[in-house]
Write a protein that binds this ligand. Structure first.
Ligand SMILES: Nc1ccn([C@@H]2O[C@H](COP(=O)(O)OP(=O)(O)OP(=O)(O)O)[C@@H](O)[C@H]2O)c(=O)n1
Ligand SMILES: C[C@](O)(CO)[C@H](O)COP(=O)(O)O
Length: 250
């Protein structure tokens, strides 16, 4: 649970939207990714707990697989979650962007800060969540946690056929690049305006804010906030969770 016991500034309420409607194709066959087990508990429950661990978050909106909302509601009922946090479940859409929009549509009016957090990042530490919220409270309309890169990145001309060599177009200066995580935090009105205005396909919510010409800022991310995308990520997530449980003595 967060050590940040400061009350929310007057009039400031924070909700988290968790898009969890993806299939998890890159993870391989099985249940929708968010419902797959990590340490015996669905990945989604870890992600919900990670958001609810912040004392600032008083509502979590889970965007379930399109035909899985009743199952997700039952899952939330069956797992211990903080009493001070409310939960809503809505069905998702065909893309992450669409799912986030459906989650935003379900938000009650009295929330002015919104986090968007991938169910596929189940192990984000609460300090990272709180750092994002704090930066929004301090006036940034859009805040993303991010880490420097370990690999050098090349821009290429994508191959016509899989496996074909790809010509390199450029090598961006690595020191200026960041790998972006979630939760991404937003001034609610700005995020809703972005989702109503930007029609391009994007891979994160902050890039919609950039397209509006507004400033997005980066705060330090965390290695344990990595996204479970491929099978090896699940091996790493199990190891991180086992280490946490050992350290916590259960
Ligand atoms: N139609 C979609 C697609 C994705 N997501 C969510 O967006 C997050 C990040 O997406 P990703 O990791 O790409 O998940 P999947 O789309 O499930 O993965 P894949 O592309 O391998 O199928 C996940 O929590 C996922 O559930 C969603 O809510 N709705
Ligand atoms: C939002 C995100 O997690 C930031 O890194 C990422 O862009 C999601 O990408 P995905 O392909 O939908 O997993």
């Amino acid at each position: 649970m967060s050590d940040d016991s400061r009350p929310s500034p007057a009039g400031t309420r924070t909700a988290a939207v968790i898009p969890a409607a993806g299939r998890g194709v890159r993870l391989g066959p099985g249940a929708p990714k968010a419902l797959r087990a990590l340490g015996g508990t669905p990945m989604l429950i870890h992600a919900v707990r990670a958001m609810a661990a912040s004392r600032a978050v008083s509502l979590v909106v889970v965007v379930a697989p399109p035909d899985g909302a009743p199952e997700v509601k039952s899952l939330l009922d069956a797992h211990a979650l903080p009493e001070r946090t409310d939960f809503l479940v809505v069905p998702g859409g065909d893309s992450r962007q669409e799912s986030v929009k459906l989650g935003l549509d379900a938000l009650p009016p009295d929330y002015d800060i919104v986090l968007v957090h991938d169910a596929a990042r189940p192990l984000v530490p609460v300090d990272t969540v709180d750092a994002v919220i704090e930066a929004v409270r301090e006036g940034s309309p859009a805040v993303v946690p991010a880490l420097p890169l370990a690999d050098t990145v090349k821009e290429v001309e994508p191959a016509g056929e899989p496996g074909e060599p790809e010509p390199v177009v450029a090598t961006p200066e690595r020191a200026r690049l960041r790998a972006v995580q979630t939760p991404q935090g937003f001034d609610r009105a700005t995020l809703i305006h972005a989702h109503e205005t930007v029609t391009d396909d994007v891979t994160d919510d902050a890039s919609m804010i950039e397209q509006l010409g507004l400033q997005v800022v980066v705060v330090p991310g965390h290695e344990e906030a990595f996204k479970v995308t491929r099978p090896l990520d699940l091996v790493l997530a199990e190891a991180v969770l086992a280490r946490r449980r050992l350290n916590d003595g259960f």
